[in-house]
Design a protein around this ligand. Structure first.
Ligand code: HSE
Length: 299
C-alpha cells in the first residue's frame, strides 16, 4: 500500500495564460493498494465527495491502464477529503488526474516516466499549466506541440509569499473559458508576450522593479473579472497595499496577491473586514510547493 500526495496549483499568474503554473502547499491525498485482478474498489475516508463515474482519479487511472497491454492488477483506492477547494481555480481536477496517473504507475510497477505522466495528464486536462506544476512542483512554464509537452521548472523565490483569497462561491472553468474572445488584438498579444517574459525574468533574477506591471494581463482577466463578484473591489484594495499585484488563480474565482515575505503591513492596509464585499472571502498565506506529486510509503 502507498500514499500519494499531489499539490494544488495556480495557473496563469497574470499574463501566462495556459502557460505558467505554480504548485501550492495544500494537497489531494489518496491511498492505493494492489488487489486481485478484476478488483476495482473505492472507499472514502469521510463523506463521498464525487460518484465513481465522475471521479477524475479513476478516469486517469483507467486511462493509464489502457496504455499497457499486459495484465493489470486490481486496486483499492481510499480517497481522503481533499484540502484543495473544488471549482475555485486551485487545480483540484489537475490534482485528481495526477493522483490517478501516479496510482496507475505504482500499480503497474512504474512503467511511465514523468514526461509520459505529463503527456497523459495534459491530454486529460486539455492544457498543461496546472498538471505540470502538480507533477514537478515550483513554478513551471509549459507548452505543448503535437509531439511533446515541453516544460521548464523555475524555482520560486524564497522572499515572496502568496496571499490567497477563496470566496464562498464556485466558478466553472468551462464558463470562465467560454467568456474569452476567439480572437485578440495584436496590441493585447504583444502586451502579454512582453509581460510574461518580464515576469519570468523578475522571478528568476529576484529583481522586482517590473513585477507589478509584469503581473498585468490582457488575455483573460478583463473578461473574467465580471464573473467574479467582489473581484474588482479586492483588486482596488490590494492596490492600496505594498503587494506587487493581484491575479486571478487559474480560471477563478480565487484571487492571489503576491508580496514580499518581509511585508508585515498587508493585512492592516487591506482591511478585508471593512471592504464592501457581498461574499465571504477566506484569506490565508500559502507556501509554494517545491516537491510536486510524491509517494509516501505506509508502514
Ligand atoms: N489556464 C486555465 C484557464 C486554467 O485559465 O482557463 C484553468 O483550468
Amino acid at each position: 500500500m502507498i500514499r500519494i500526495k499531489v499539490p494544488a496549483t495556480t495557473a496563469n499568474i497574470g499574463p501566462g495564460f495556459d502557460a505558467l503554473g505554480l504548485a501550492l502547499d495544500i494537497f489531494q491525498e489518496i491511498e492505493v493498494s494492489r488487489e486481485a485482478i478484476g478488483t476495482a474498489k473505492v472507499s472514502w475516508a469521510g463523506e463521498i465527495q464525487v460518484p465513481d463515474d465522475e471521479n477524475y482519479v479513476l478516469k486517469a487511472l483507467e486511462y493509464a491502464y489502457a496504455r499497457v497491454d499486459y495484465e493489470k492488477p486490481g486496486y483499492h483506492i481510499t480517497m481522503f477529503p481533499s484540502q484543495i477547494p473544488v471549482s475555485r481555480g486551485l487545480g483540484s481536477s489537475a490534482a485528481a488526474i495526477v493522483s490517478g496517473l501516479y496510482a496507475a504507475n505504482f500499480l503497474l510497477d512504474y512503467p511511465f516516466s514523468k514526461q509520459e505522466l505529463l503527456e497523459m495528464a495534459s491530454a486529460l486536462e486539455g492544457h498543461p499549466d496546472n498538471v505540470a506544476p502538480a507533477i514537478f512542483g515550483n513554478l513551471v512554464l509549459s507548452t505543448a506541440s503535437e509531439l511533446k509537452t515541453h516544460y521548464a521548472v523555475i524555482p520560486f523565490p524564497e522572499d515572496l509569499v502568496l496571499k490567497v483569497f477563496v470566496p464562498d462561491f464556485k466558478l466553472s472553468t468551462a464558463l470562465a473559458r467560454g467568456a474569452l474572445p476567439a480572437k485578440y488584438d495584436r496590441k493585447d498579444c504583444i502586451a502579454n508576450l512582453s509581460r510574461v517574459g518580464l515576469l519570468v525574468h523578475a522571478l528568476m533574477s529576484k529583481d522586482y522593479d517590473n513585477l507589478t506591471m509584469a503581473l498585468e494581463d490582457q488575455i483573460h482577466e478583463p473578461y473574467r473579472y465580471p464573473l467574479i463578484e467582489d473581484g474588482t473591489v479586492l483588486k482596488s484594495a490590494v492596490k492600496t497595499t505594498e503587494a506587487f499585484g493581484l491575479f486571478i488563480s487559474g480560471a477563478g474565482p480565487t484571487l492571489i496577491a503576491l508580496l514580499r515575505k518581509e511585508d508585515m503591513t498587508f493585512d492592516a492596509k487591506l482591511k478585508l473586514n471593512e471592504l464592501p464585499l457581498k461574499h465571504h472571502w477566506e484569506c490565508f498565506t500559502i507556501a509554494v510547493n517545491k516537491s510536486g506529486a510524491f509517494y509516501e510509503p505506509i508502514k
